[in-house]
Design a protein around this ligand. Structure first.
Ligand code: ADQ
Length: 494
């Protein structure tokens, strides 16, 4: 069996134990360590001149990283990826900006990265590309003659067609997506948004078995919700629950209840609304004054993008305002920390919290929701309050699901979570743990890769059959993948 090559914008820090804030990094590294393989992408450094990939072997994983020039970084990463795609895909068109030059940079970097990867690819490898930075990547590899199976997984939501169409090159982007053999989304709603775009736009159609035929391409499209390893997290949280920082927090709580939130500092995470719903809890329930605190951990990311600077200032203002309104000499309602924590320690902190408060305005999945549940003490578990707009809500029936825009409803859910009897907490926890075990991270990886292998095998069988009997004609059903000439080969043939 060939190697797995994972391609993502950013290759995570390779030193063990270093905090990796970001769900993709956490999910991909865990998945890759088990199978072994190559992880290719940006090193996180900016360089004066492009240089060949730096190769580093660590255990079963080969890291191949490249630097980006300042211009590439500005146009591809900061520009089109994070100022056009990220906000729009999270339904924040109001924060999105489109610049044609930045889109040009996005395409240029995809081509350059594909050129850097191509010499490292062996004939039996399968290639798994991740996330919105790299939508055109399969097309770029095909242009270079790469024939290997290539799959794509989108970690963030895909918006409905009306919203997607606000990105000027939307059609080209969706066409690029169709150059993959398998395209995976976090939820069925995201998968449906893609199918709707294709079908309502008259670009093609989908069949019952998940195959899509569009722009002369056949591909498999499905929902592959990302998971975690709940038992490993449960073990780590138990082991770390006695570490010094966890003990200090426990002592500082002095018997008060703890609501905890952990997110990258991002406007999609709904942090201001979260603070305001907590404020509503205190406003409507004076009995909670001095008896409950909210701990919000939110390390800054993308700090050089303007909207991220604005949100940071706003949140500091909100936390200060709410604390000023309610704080007592010996009680600060909101503790707001802008830092990363070592992963296992974070799980130990989760175990201490009575409520896991995960209320993004939009989120592809949200791993924190899953990690919080897995970190709980089975004999005395906390309660998850979860936004209906996180992909995780499709999968976590034991959570108290809220609309984060409804501050009263969210405050009521917090109140209910804080007061929930043990028997109900246990039963909700057990339901969710069963689901987390059933759909763990290996299931995510293996289901996706099995689909990628079988679609690729079916395509090559069809290709062989066709070349053996050219008169046999086109496949009789849309569910049979057709062989796909690369755009370069097509151009030659045409
Ligand atoms: P993110 O938007 O980064 O991921 P999320 O899924 O919550 O969101 O993952 C964050 C990860 O970073 C978690 O594993 C968390 O423990 C870790 N983390 C966060 N803050 C941290 C801190 N202060 N210190 C240490 N670790 C921290 C994207 C999509 C999500 C999708 C994931 C995975 O936006 O919707 O769930 O990819 O597909």
């Amino acid at each position: 069996m060939g190697r797995l090559i994972v391609v993502s914008n950013r290759v995570a820090p390779t030193q063990e134990g270093r905090p990796a804030a970001g769900g993709l990094a956490v999910g991909v590294l865990d998945a890759l360590k088990e199978t072994g393989g190559v992880w290719f992408g940006w090193s996180g450094e900016t360089v004066a001149e492009p240089a060949p990939a730096v190769i580093e072997q660590q255990g079963s994983v080969t890291y191949a990283t490249v630097g980006l020039t300042r211009r590439d970084y500005d146009q591809y990463y900061k520009g089109f990826s994070n100022t056009t795609l990220w906000p729009t895909f999270h339904y924040r068109n109001d924060l999105a900006r489109y610049e044609r030059q930045e889109y040009g940079g996005y395409l240029r970097v995809n081509v350059a990265l594909a050129r850097q990867l191509q010499p490292l690819i062996e004939p039996d490898d399968i290639i798994w590309v991740h996330d919105y930075h790299l939508i055109p990547f399969a097309r770029c590899l095909r242009d270079l003659g790469v024939k290997n199976p290539i799959g794509f997984f989108l970690h963030i939501p895909l918006p409905v067609p009306e919203v997607l169409r606000s990105v000027p090159p939307h059609e080209e982007l969706m066409k690029f997506m169709c150059h993959y053999d398998v395209v995976g989304f976090q939820t069925d709603a995201d998968r449906q948004a893609f199918v709707d775009y294709i079908e309502r736009g008259g670009h093609g159609n989908a069949s019952e078995d998940g195959m899509v035929h569009a722009w002369d391409r056949f591909l498999k499209v499905g929902a592959y919700p990302i998971g975690i390893y709940p038992d490993a997290i449960a073990k780590a949280s138990g082991q770390f629950s006695d570490r010094k920082p966890v003990r200090s927090l426990r002592d500082a709580m002095r018997g008060r209840k703890l609501i905890m939130s952990v997110d990258r500092l991002d406007y999609s995470k709904g942090l201001a609304e979260r603070f305001q719903a907590f404020e509503r809890l205190l406003q409507n329930g004076p009995g909670w004054h001095g008896r409950v605190s909210l701990l919000q951990i939110a390390p800054p990311t993308r700090s050089d993008v303007q909207t991220y600077q604005t949100i940071r200032r706003n949140l500091e203002g909100e936390a200060g305002r709410i604390n000023g309104r309610f704080a007592q000499l010996d009680w600060t309602p909101i503790q707001y920390l802008n830092r990363k924590y070592e992963r296992n320690l974070l799980m130990g902190l989760f175990r201490l919290a009575d409520v896991g408060y995960v209320a993004p305005l939009r989120d592809g999945m949200n791993l924190v929701a899953k990690e919080y549940v897995a970190s709980q003490d089975p004999d005395d578990p906390g309660v998850l309050v979860l936004s209906q707009f996180a992909g995780a809500a499709e999968q976590m029936p034991g959570a108290l699901v809220v609309n984060p825009y409804d501050l009263n409803q969210t405050a009521e859910a917090l109140e209910r979570a804080l007061s929930m009897p043990l028997a109900e907490r246990r039963s909700r926890y057990e339901d969710m743990m069963a689901g987390l075990r059933k759909n763990n991270l290996s299931v995510w990886r293996d289901t996706f890769l099995d689909d990628l292998r079988s679609v690729a095998t079916a395509a090559s069988v069809t290709a062989k059959a066709r070349s053996a009997a050219p008169a046999a004609g086109a496949p009789s059903s849309a569910s049979v993948p057709a062989p796909v000439p690369s755009p370069a080969a097509k151009a030659k043939a045409g």
